[in-house]
Design a binder for this molecule. Structure first.
Ligand code: CA
Length: 434
C-alpha cells in the first residue's frame, strides 16, 4: 500500500469533534477514526516535539539513543545517524518517500531529511514558524534564524508566495507529490510523512477560517478562537487529501494514520486536552496521550475502537509489515506490528511502556491499567538517585482517565514493584545526550 502518515503538532486530545469538541468541527479527520481504527489510549513516546518525532520515525524510544529533549541551539544535536528511519526501510521495498512540513530533527546536512531516507523534502527544518509568508512577516530576530524557518525544497529555499498559509501549502505539495509519483511510475508505492506545524504556535489563522469560529469564543479568549480556526483549517486540508485519494481510487490501497506529536500545551496555543490531566511537556496523560487513528479501507476494520494502549512506536513495525519489507535481521523496535490484532479483532498483548524526559527528572511507566510517575530533583540526582525522588504517583488509567486519584499512599507496596521495573529499565538507557 501507499502510506500517508499525518502528524499534527500540539493538537489537544479534546480538540477533535470525534473526541467531543463542540467549538471545533473536524468531520474529515474524524472520518479517519470512523472508517478505520480509533485508539482511545494512543500514546507518543515523549511529550515534546523533537523527541516524539525521533521516536515516531525510528520505532524506538529516544532514550535508547539519548534523544529525550527538544533540540538546543547546538547544530550538532539531531536524530542519531546510526539509527534507521521508516523511509530507510521502505526504500528497500521500492517506495518513493517524501517528508512535508516541519522537520525538527536536526539542522545540519547529515540530519537533513534527504539524508534520512526521504527522496524529497518540502518544508522547514526548525520547530516552528509563522504560517504566513516569511519575508513579509519576519522580525529582525526571526531573520537571524531564518535558515531553519524558511521553507525549502530539497535544500533550496523557495520564494514564499504572498498568500501563503503553511497548512494549505503543505497540503498542495502533498497532493502534487502523489500525483507526480503516479504519473512518473504508476506501479511505485509512495510514503508521505506529512508533518503539519498546525496547530503549534504562533496562533495565526486566515480570515475565512476565523469566520467559522463562534464569535463568543473569539470574544472570551481570542487565542483559543484563533486556535479553533487553525484546527478547522487543518481538517479542511486533510479533507482535500482524502477527497483526492478517493477520486483517484487510491483509498483502498493507502494506509492512513493520523496522530499528534504530543498533547496540547493548553494556555500556550489555546488547546484543550479534554478529560486528560496535564499538558505538553508533562508525563500526565495530557502530555503523552494523543488523538490517534489508522485507516486502511478493506484491510482493517472500519469503526473499531481499541481501548488498550498503543503508541507511535508501533507504526514502524506496522508499516514495514504492510509494505512487505524484507528484513535481514530482526527489526530493532519498541513497537509491535498492530495489523494482525486489528485484522482479527484480537486483544493486544499486555505490554509495559516507559517514558523519561527533562534530564532524568520525569519518569513514567505504564503496565496494564497502572501508571506510575516519578518526579526527581535534578541537582540531588547526581549524588543520590533515591534521595532525589520528590514525588511518586500511582494511577489506574482505565478507571481514572483524569489521573485525579493518587493511589500511591494506599498501594505503596505494589507501586514499588512498578518503580523497580522502571529503575531496571533506566539502567539500560544511556544518559540523555543533551
Ligand atoms: Ca509538538
Amino acid at each position: 500500500p501507499n502510506i500517508l502518515l499525518i502528524l499534527a503538532d500540539d493538537l489537544g486530545y479534546g480538540d477533535l469533534s470525534i473526541h467531543g469538541s463542540k467549538p471545533i468541527r473536524t468531520p474529515n479527520i474524524d472520518s479517519i477514526f470512523r472508517k478505520g481504527v480509533q485508539f482511545t489510549q494512543g500514546y507518543v513516546s515523549n511529550s515534546v516535539c523533537a523527541p516524539s518525532r525521533a521516536g515516531l520515525l525510528t520505532g524506538l524510544m529516544g532514550s535508547r539513543f539519548g534523544f529525550e529533549r527538544n533540540l538546543t541551539d547546538d547544530p550538532n544535536v539531531g536524530l542519531d545517524t546510526h539509527v534507521k528511519t521508516i523511509p530507510d526501510y521502505l526504500k528497500t521495498a521500492n517506495y518513493r518517500t517524501c517528508a512535508i512540513g516541519k522537520w525538527h530533527l536536526g539542522k545540519i546536512e547529515k540530519f537533513h531529511p534527504n539524508n534520512r531516507g526521504f527522496d524529497e523534502f518540502f518544508g522547514f527544518l526548525g520547530g516552528s514558524r509563522t504560517y504566513f509568508c516569511w519575508d513579509s512577516h519576519a522580525t529582525r530576530y526571526a531573520r537571524k534564524h531564518a535558515g531553519e524557518k524558511k521553507i525549502q525544497y530539497n535544500g533550496k529555499y523557495i520564494k514564499e508566495p504572498e498568500d501563503l498559509y503553511t497548512t494549505d501549502l503543505f497540503t498542495d505539495k502533498t497532493i502534487e507529490f502523489i500525483k507526480r509519483t503516479r504519473n512518473q511510475s504508476p506501479q511505485q508505492p509512495w510514503f508521505v510523512y506529512l508533518a503539519y506545524n498546525a496547530p503549534h504556535g504562533p496562533n495565526e489563522a486566515k480570515p475565512e477560517d476565523l469566520a467559522k469560529v463562534d464569535p463568543a469564543i473569539m470574544k472570551k479568549n481570542r487565542k483559543r478562537g484563533i486556535y479553533c480556526a487553525m484546527v478547522m483549517n487543518l481538517d479542511h486540508n486533510v479533507g482535500r487529501i482524502l477527497t483526492y485519494l478517493r477520486e483517484t481510487k487510491q483509498l483502498s490501497n493507502t494506509l492512513i494514520v493520523f496522530l499528534s506529536d504530543n498533547g496540547g500545551p493548553l494556555e500556550k496555543n489555546g488547546s484543550y486536552n479534554g478529560p486528560l490531566r496535564g499538558n505538553k511537556g508533562s508525563l500526565w496523560e495530557g502530555g503523552v496521550r494523543v488523538p490517534f487513528a489508522i485507516r486502511w479501507d478493506g484491510h482493517i476494520p472500519a469503526g473499531l475502537k481499541v481501548h488498550q494502549p498503543v503508541w507511535s512506536l508501533d507504526l514502524m513495525p506496522t508499516f514495514l509489515a504492510a509494505a512487505g519489507v524484507k528484513l535481514e535481521q530482526p527489526l530493532k523496535t519498541d513497537g509491535i506490528d498492530l495489523l494482525p490484532y486489528l485484522q482479527q479483532r484480537r486483544q493486544l498483548p499486555e505490554r509495559t511502556f516507559f517514558w523519561r524526559r527533562g534530564g532524568k527528572t520525569r519518569l513514567a511507566i505504564r503496565k496494564g491499567p497502572w501508571k506510575l510517575q516519578i518526579y526527581r530533583n535534578r541537582e540531588k540526582f547526581k549524588e543520590d538517585p533515591q534521595a532525589a525522588i520528590q514525588k511518586i504517583m500511582l494511577h489506574n488509567i482505565d478507571r481514572d482517565t483524569g489521573e485525579k486519584n493518587d493511589l500511591y499512599p494506599a498501594r505503596t507496596e505494589f507501586a514499588h514493584k512498578l518503580k523497580e521495573l522502571l529503575e531496571q529499565w533506566e539502567k539500560q538507557m544511556p544518559d540523555p545526550r543533551w
